[in-house]
Design a protein around this ligand. Structure first.
Ligand code: SF4
Length: 381
């Protein structure tokens, strides 16, 4: 739990790398990968399936597939392998994002034990526990998350087993939801506007009288805070509350982002105070936490979101992912013509550190008079 978020400077001479103080693999991802590979080792000859991608990193997923693990669903819940093909002898691993109660039941009904091969991150379970606690106090659960993301679907399933629940994907949807609290919008509009994002029999006229907000663990901390603050204010105004009695209508659920999301984002904010020329963010293109790091960097610098060093085509060109348009694009002249070039580098919670190292090495190879790694290491000794 670091307090100092200034980046580490790797001064290679003509190239200066500012490396985020906290980046890359988090506890939950390491734990999930370890369980998955251990499962492969301990079960030769057995069929091993993963409910969906282990984590949002193509290299890690490809590695698992090369060890014979098969993915049952894609990231959006589309079935790739039918449940009918499973037998009680098969092993099904639940990924770090967790899964829905419905899918868990389906597997258990087939005789497949899910307990032993469950890699759900404890920080995701913490969100489920928090929703259960507030549900017991009769609050409706508002989940700030990406409606189609595995983790949000899992959290929604767990939350809605205990209380009326609704997902909001961003501030815009939060503002629209608040209009059902204030009565500006009628209940009839709700079913269409929040289609697929609310629990069965959700009644906006009565189910939004007492609310609490939990999050997908990898959202942008500032968005999460703004959304909770906004809804709290709406409740204060609607019910003429004060900060002293606001908990009659609004549950305090502040800490449902995970530590890795927070630290990676804080480290990026610390890094952005340096005088860098550009930022490179490494991670899977469908990774939520990585895209938020990109979002933060973009506010200040030209930012390139890449999945590996292979995307750095040359000193002139880089293939990078525009997560707004969801397209990979080719950008020319991404490195400024100056010396030294100062580059911020970070990576998402599902990105192996080796990929970051690969990116640094690739950039270093473009310059002459680069300080070699042995000399650089000596400086840190
Ligand atoms: S990003 Fe956070 S919640 Fe997700 S797996 Fe890592 S530690 Fe767990």
């Amino acid at each position: 739990m670091k307090k100092d978020f200034t980046p580490t400077l790797l001064d290679l001479g003509p190239l200066q790398i500012y490396l985020a103080r906290h980046f890359g693999f988090c506890y939950g991802v390491e734990n999930a990968i370890e369980i998955a590979f251990r499962t492969v080792d301990e079960n030769p000859g057995k069929r091993i399936f993963l409910l969906s991608e282990m984590i949002h990193n193509p290299q890690v997923n490809a590695d698992l597939q090369s060890h014979g693990v098969q993915f049952m669903q894609d990231n959006y819940g589309k079935q790739l392998i039918s449940f009918d093909e499973l037998t009680a002898d098969d092993i099904v691993i639940i990924p770090a994002f967790g899964t829905t109660l419905e899918l868990e039941k389906k597997l258990n009904d087939l005789g497949i034990q899910t307990e032993k091969y469950n890699t759900t991150c404890p920080f995701v379970e913490k969100v489920w526990n928090r929703s259960e606690q507030i549900a017991k106090k009769n609050y409706t659960i508002i989940i700030h998350g990406k409606p189609k993301h595995e983790e949000t679907r899992a959290t929604f399933s767990h939350a809605s087993a205990n209380a009326p629940s609704v997902v909001v994907k961003d501030m815009q949807q939060t503002i629209e939801l608040s209009k059902y609290i204030t009565g500006e919008k009628s209940s009839e509009q709700f079913s269409e506007e929040f289609k697929g994002q609310y629990s069965e029999n959700f009644d906006p006229a009565k189910d939004l009288e007492r609310i609490g907000v939990v999050n997908q663990t990898t959202m942008l901390a500032s968005d999460t805070q703004a959304i909770a603050d906004y809804l709290k204010q709406v409740m204060i105004e609607k019910y003429k509350l004060t900060t002293a009695n606001v908990d009659e209508r609004f549950a305090d659920t502040r800490d449902t982002l995970c530590y890795a999301t927070l630290e990676n984002q804080q480290a990026v904010s610390g890094m952005l105070e340096s005088d860098a020329d550009l930022a490179i963010v490494v991670g899977g293109y469908n990774s939520s936490n990585t895209s938020h790091l990109v979002e933060l960097c973009e506010e200040k610098l030209p930012t390139y979101f890449i999945s590996s060093e292979e995307k750095i085509i040359s000193v002139k060109e880089i293939l990078n992912y525009n997560f707004h348009t969801k397209k990979e694009i080719l950008t020319s002249d991404y490195l400024p013509n100056k010396k030294p070039v100062k580059v911020l580098i970070t990576s998402g919670a599902s990105c192996p550190d080796a990929l970051v190292e690969g990116v640094i090495k690739k950039l270093a190879a473009f310059s002459s008079n680069i300080i070699n790694s042995e000399d650089l290491i000596k400086r840190f000794e």
